[in-house]
Write a protein that binds this ligand. Structure first.
Ligand SMILES: Cc1ncc(COP(=O)(O)O)c(C=O)c1O
Length: 574
């Protein structure tokens, strides 16, 4: 499949405007809860430590406590978690513990009142402790938007470990960090160079910032029909094209590693960017673990990125939704990042999420050089065994010779030689073996290995795949059964920039009527979360055929107001 470059017949409404970020003065006026000083009497009362007096064990069936929770499938049986850190608790975890242990008469939010009114259906599931520790922005817990206490300390320790000049904890996932990174570097009308197979958050960041996309289309010409990363040459070409057209470039945005673990040569890309003082933002959602083992590729910061956003919750062990944004160098204005984050994030951040980031950092700090030993060993063993199974392909560095590395903890397994699609293989593995993978594609499935991966589960995966290989070996003409197809990006015409398309008036039309019209929605088969139609782009027959095809193969079509795709929302464009 050839991906030609995207033509952008843009009208010229892209005069830079001021951003809508808060001004620094607004930020300094933000109420600082640290001005609260409890009286000595209150203090001594507050700090009467109770070894967590859990809310009363309620007997009726509407309530639940930790003691009546039964865990059928105890993670501990397959746990790689080390013991508690010998040097004490991480700063924010420690502050949360101390705060929850106070004998407080609480008259504050959240309404479950430190678990006293926690709904039984939930406590029966997860116990009472998450509620007891689900505390608001109490003075002793610091303030995410003006950190001076344990949050500041936790963020500093994360900065030291990950090698940033400043780290922000995020409660809105990497999605929110990408929004902030792009808003902090691109004003309305500025160009943003980004891969076409970027995560949807980069597209919504362009709606928020008013940035104009200049897409780089990754090559998909490989056995896997999967997009790789972005090469330094592609970046250079895109920059030169914009320079020739006299356009203002806000930032270069690269996804590395990709969902499948393909890493781009960020060292060279950052050199190209820095020679022109252009900030390099890296979507490192899948790479928070990089750089922590000699066999793992180097992290974005180690290769010179200015901003990197990592989903700590994906490969590392924080709670879902918690991420980190790291910055380095002095091209990007750190105050602008803070203002963007304050604009984008909730004013009631969850301390469970924040503390889980601190804990994940501490877990890694304990033994940063060896913590991934076992996971990498298991991944290598699994790959060796899989490669010996007839009909099974395993994605490796050699599958993407133009890129420096593939994350060894991503296990992408291909079934096309058996005549099976990834969707079909996934269904059998899930139904018959209870194997739940991370990502399903047309030709493959991808398993994410992590610190919690255990040998039993890897062996179950191997048995499942051996079973598939033996039962499917009789499929006739397997090569013709699985169609080669991937998202089509070589005939894209952008009529409106994402922001104008987002705010344009819209209507719903039948799929047939939609051809040739301007898409009003971002339509993205999920997984893998690669947008096929982006608001503002002309709807082509090929795009529609592709979407209908992957839907028929089992992909969820996210973003489409009609997931069955019998209708599509289009922009009213004069
Ligand atoms: C490449 C990539 N970037 C960003 C994100 C968003 O991350 P989060 O779920 O932490 O918001 C994802 C999520 O899957 C992703 O795959």
């Amino acid at each position: 499949m050839l991906y030609a470059s995207v033509s952008l017949p843009l009208s010229s409404p892209f005069t830079p405007k001021n951003t809508n970020c808060f001004s620094p003065s607004h930020f300094s006026e933000f109420p600082n809860k640290f001005s609260f000083k409890p009286s000595p009497t209150i203090l001594s009362y507050c700090f009467q430590v109770r070894s967590i007096t859990l809310p009363e064990c309620r007997q009726n069936e509407n309530t639940g406590t930790a003691s009546n929770v039964s865990i059928a499938n105890k993670p501990a049986e397959c746990s790689n978690s080390p013991e508690l850190p010998p040097r004490g608790l991480p700063p924010l975890v420690s502050a949360l513990k101390a705060s929850a242990e106070q004998n407080a008469a609480s008259f504050h939010f959240p309404g479950h009142n430190r678990g006293h009114a926690a709904p039984a259906s939930m406590t029966q599931l997860i116990g009472i402790r998450p509620y007891v520790h689900d505390l608001p922005e109490l003075p002793e817990l610091d303030n995410l938007f003006c950190p001076q206490g344990p949050i500041l300390e936790a963020q500093k320790q994360a900065a030291k470990l990950f090698g940033s000049s400043k780290t922000w904890f995020l409660v809105g996932g990497t999605t929110c960090g990408i929004h902030a990174a792009i808003m902090a570097t691109c004003s309305p009308g500025d160009y943003l160079i980004l891969p076409r197979n970027c995560h949807v958050s980069a597209i919504s960041a362009m709606v928020l910032s008013g940035a104009v996309p200049k897409y780089i289309v990754p090559d998909c010409k490989n056995d896997w029909d999967l997009p790789g990363g972005v090469t330094p040459l592609q970046v250079l070409k895109a920059i030169k094209e914009l320079e020739l057209e006299g356009k203002k470039l806000g930032a270069v945005f690269i996804t590395s590693p990709t969902y499948h673990g393909v890493c781009s040569n960020l060292a060279e890309i950052s050199e190209i960017c820095h020679s022109r003082k252009i900030p390099l933002i890296v979507d490192e959602a899948h790479g928070a673990h990089l750089g922590f083992h000699p066999k793992l590729p180097r992290s974005a910061l180690q290769q010179g990125a200015d901003i990197t956003v990592q989903s700590t919750h994906k490969v590392l062990c924080s709670l879902t939704q918690s991420s980190m944004l790291h910055m380095s160098g002095n091209i990007v204005d750190k105050d602008r990042i803070s203002r963007c984050l304050q604009t984008l994030q909730t004013t009631s951040p969850s301390y469970l999420l924040l503390a889980s980031l601190d804990a994940a950092r501490a877990q890694l700090s304990e033994s940063p050089d060896i913590v991934f030993n076992k996971s990498i060993e298991l991944a290598n063993e699994a790959k060796c065994s899989l490669k010996r199974i007839p009909g099974i392909s395993v994605l490796e560095n050699s599958s993407f010779p133009n890129f420096p590395a593939v994350d060894p903890l991503r296990l992408t397994i291909g079934f096309w030689e058996l005549g099976l699609s990834g969707y079909e293989a996934d269904e059998i593995l899930d139904r018959d073996f209870g194997i739940v993978c991370e990502l399903v594609g047309n030709k493959s499935i991808t398993c994410a290995l992590n610190l919690g991966t255990c040998r039993d589960h890897v062996e179950r995966l191997l048995s499942g795949i051996k079973h598939l290989a033996s039962t499917c070996s009789s499929i006739q003409n397997p090569k013709y059964r699985v169609l080669t197809d991937h998202a089509l990006f070589d005939d894209i015409i952008m009529k409106l920039i994402p922001r104008d398309a987002f705010f344009a008036s819209k209507r719903k039309v039948t799929v047939k009527e939609s051809l040739g019209k301007v898409s009003g929605e971002l339509i993205c088969p999920y997984p893998p979360g690669i947008p096929v139609l982006i608001p503002g782009e002309v709807i082509t027959e090929r795009a529609v055929d592709y979407l209908l095809h992957v839907r028929s193969k089992g992909a969820d079509i996210s973003g489409a107001s009609d997931p069955l795709l019998s209708s599509i929302v289009v922009c009213d464009v004069l």
